[in-house]
Design a binder for this molecule. Structure first.
Ligand code: AMP
Length: 289
C-alpha cells in the first residue's frame, strides 16, 4: 500500500499507469467504515490497480462548524485500508488542492441543485463543492472506473452530470448501501450518536420499508407514501426530519406517481448527525435496498 500526498507524484504515478491495466478509484472523506471498504474491495476485484483518496473537501461544507466537526482519524483509516489489497492511498493536502489564488469552480447550472431537498447535502454550495473536487480528483488519478455508494444519491447525480457534461472518460460504478443489522446505513458520523439517538436512528430505514410495503401493496400515489413515511418518523422525538422525498432516481425530481426507477429518499438530523438514506424501486418485486 503506497501513500501519496504530493499532487505531482500522483500525476506522475497516474501517467505511468496509462499504458498499463485499468485503474479503479474510490474517493472518500475518510473516517472509513465497511461501506467505504466494500467500494475498495470492488475496485480491487474489478481493476488491476486500485486507488482510494482521503480528503475532507472544505468547499462542499456550508457551515464552518460542520467542517471543523467532521471526524478525522487518519491512522485508523490507514490501518483499515491496510487490511484490504488497495494499491495506492492518495491523501492530498488542502493547501495543495486549493492553493492561494484558486478560482476555478465546476458548477452544474441545470436545475440540479435547485431541486435538492435540503440544506447541507443538496445546496448550491454542496453541488459546486462536489462537482469541483471530483473533477480535480479525476484529473489527478485518471481512473478508468470510479466507485460510489448508492447511499448518497445527490452526490451520484452531481458526479454523473459532471462526467457527462465535461466528457470525462471514466465509468461510474454505484454499489449497494452497507447497513447495520437494524438497517441504519453506515456513516462516518454515526459514532457521534448517543445510545438513545442510535436506537431512534433505525426509524429512517423503517420508514423506507414502510414506503416499500405500500408500493409492494400496489399504492402508486407518492403523497400517500410520503405521508406514511413521515408519520412513522414523527414517532421518534429524537429524530428531526429534514425531508421525505419520492423522486426519480436519475434526476431527483419529484414525481406524483410511482414508476420503475422511483427513489424513496429520507434525511434527518439526529442529535448532531445528519443521516441520509434511500431505496429504489426497479419495478415488480425488484428493489435496491
Ligand atoms: P464519504 O466519505 O462520506 O464522502 O463517502 C465516500 C463514498 O462512500 C461515497 O461514494 C459514499 O456514497 C460511500 N458510502 C458512504 N456510506 C456508505 C454506506 N453505508 N454504504 C456504501 N457506501 C457508502
Amino acid at each position: 500500500m503506497r501513500i501519496i500526498h504530493n499532487l505531482d507524484e500522483m500525476t506522475e504515478t497516474a501517467r505511468g499507469w496509462l499504458a498499463g491495466g485499468s485503474v479503479g478509484f474510490v474517493p472518500t472523506m475518510g473516517s472509513l467504515h465497511q461501506g467505504h471498504i466494500s467500494l475498495v474491495q470492488a475496485a480491487h476485484q474489478e481493476c488491476e490497480i486500485s486507488v482510494a483518496s482521503i480528503f475532507v473537501n472544505p468547499i462542499q461544507f456550508e457551515e464552518s462548524d460542520d467542517l471543523l466537526r467532521y471526524p478525522r482519524d487518519l491512522s485508523r483509516d490507514l490501518q483499515l485500508l491496510s487490511t484490504t489489497n488497495i494499491d495506492v492511498v492518495f491523501i492530498p493536502r488542502t493547501e495543495d488542492i486549493y492553493p492561494t489564488g484558486f478560482s476555478t469552480y465546476v458548477m452544474p447550472t441545470s436545475s440540479l441543485w435547485a431541486v435538492q431537498p435540503a440544506k447541507g447535502t443538496g445546496s448550491r454550495i454542496y453541488t459546486r463543492g462536489v462537482a469541483t473536487i471530483i473533477t480535480k480528483l479525476f484529473q489527478l488519478v485518471r481512473p478508468d472506473i470510479a466507485y460510489f455508494g448508492r447511499k448518497n444519491a445527490q452526490q451520484i447525480t452531481i458526479v454523473r452530470q459532471v462526467v457527462r457534461d465535461l466528457n470525462i472518460d471514466v465509468g461510474l460504478r454505484i454499489l449497494p448501501t452497507v447497513r447495520e443489522s437494524d438497517g441504519l446505513a453506515l456513516g462516518s458520523r454515526n459514532h457521534f450518536l448517543t445510545q438513545p439517538e442510535r436506537q431512534a436512528a433505525s426509524v429512517l430505514y423503517r420508514a423506507l420499508l414502510a414506503g416499500k410495503a405500500l408500493v409492494d401493496g400496489n399504492v402508486r400515489n407518492c403523497a400517500e407514501i410520503e405521508k406514511a413515511m413521515m408519520d412513522l418518523v414523527v414517532t421518534e422525538p429524537l429524530v428531526n426530519l429534514d425531508y421525505v422525498k419520492v423522486c426519480h432516481s436519475d434526476t431527483l425530481s419529484s414525481v406524483d406517481t410511482i414508476v420503475p426507477g422511483t427513489m424513496l429518499m429520507i434525511a434527518a438530523h439526529i442529535g448532531k448527525v445528519h443521516c441520509i438514506d434511500n431505496i429504489i424501486w426497479r419495478g415488480g418485486t425488484n428493489w435496491l435496498l
